[in-house]
Design a protein around this ligand. Structure first.
Ligand SMILES: [Zn+2]
Length: 318
């Protein structure tokens, strides 16, 4: 008890010294200025090849305001804000004209709504992180970063749901088995993200491995689908496999830019505002989601025009 008292007093004194303010720096800036890599707080130091154009130490209001000025996050914010608007418009267009014109049933509407909702959530989480990564509180930045990672998982889920649903349209057992597996996998990733060390630099490799596994595991249902449809020579496989391959090529190149930090690695300081690897990753993610959405429209139309074997209409069977 005697030992605890001075500690308590010390703690109170510490707060008084900081003006009862828990976040450092105590002074709140009233205008936005940009910092170099050397000037930013340690928790923002992730990419030494981006040498300038950092926002930092800002309160929420100025973080929001900063999206209208040029910084090294401007392209990151706007690419996914426009991506959100794109998938929102696609959602409105799908539900009001594309699906009714294709003779879609209730299941199609649900699958499209889930897929596009996941893409929009992914976009918004990313916008939120890049907007508030300049917040003066490290805790707030970390929370937004966690949400950004969660958003990527949701985006991957948005790719899997329509993909599996239409690939196994005529096989209800495998369709449900794969959908449940993917859902469990995404839930497992969410649980891992709750771990306090998940966002630490020591776990960078673990984070990369988890995302590669979650995205790469899609190869299993893809191979199974090829086998169920009679191999590479079958008409359906030849029609849709190139689309799946293009999807993985876009995803692979996006991930490559993200991990290798190319091109800024070779031109440090020259692509601070435009052309950095994270911006390329953002644009490729939007392109990948759009490509997959168009593939889902294509395969849905195919399924409604070609009934499942042994059925007179294009509804699912076991
Ligand atoms: Zn990002």
């Amino acid at each position: 008890m005697l030992l605890k008292m001075p500690q308590k007093l010390l703690k109170t004194a510490h707060y008084i010294e900081l003006g009862s303010y828990q976040h450092w720096p105590v002074l709140i800036p009233h205008r936005i200025r940009l910092y170099t890599y050397e000037q930013i707080p340690l928790f923002l130091k992730e990419n030494p090849y981006i040498t300038d154009g950092y926002r930092a130490h800002l309160p929420s209001k100025l973080c929001l305001k900063s999206i209208f000025m040029l910084s090294n996050e401007t392209v990151n914010i706007w690419s996914h804000l426009l991506g959100f608007l794109l998938f929102f418009s696609l959602g409105v267009n799908d539900l009001s004209s594309v699906l009714p014109a294709s003779g879609a049933n209730r299941e199609d509407y649900v699958i499209y709504a889930i897929g596009l909702f996941c893409f929009q959530v992914c976009m918004l989480c990313s916008v939120g992180y890049h907007m508030f990564s300049c917040h003066r509180s490290e805790k707030t930045c970390r929370r937004w970063l966690a949400l950004d990672y969660a958003g990527i998982s949701v985006g991957i889920l948005g790719c899997y749901v329509p993909g599996i649903f239409y690939a196994f349209y005529c096989n209800a057992f495998w369709r449900q088995a794969y959908l449940l597996t993917v859902l469990s996998l995404i839930l497992a990733v969410f649980s891992a993200q709750v771990h306090p060390r998940y966002l630490s630099n020591d776990w960078k490799l673990v984070r990369m491995t988890i995302f590669c596994c979650v995205a790469g595991v899609g190869v299993i249902p893809a191979c199974h689908w090829v086998w169920l449809n009679g191999g590479f020579t079958s008409d359906v496989v030849q029609l849709f496999l190139p689309r799946v391959i293009v999807m993985y090529l876009i995803a692979g190149s996006a991930f490559l830019f993200y991990v290798t930090k190319i091109p800024e690695r070779y031109f440090p300081g020259h692509v601070n505002f435009l052309g950095a690897s994270h911006q390329l990753w953002h644009i490729l993610v939007v392109g990948m989601f759009y490509w997959w959405h168009q593939t889902a429209v294509y395969i849905m139309r195919f399924r409604h025009s070609q009934p499942c074997p042994g059925q007179s209409s294009g509804s699912s069977s076991s």
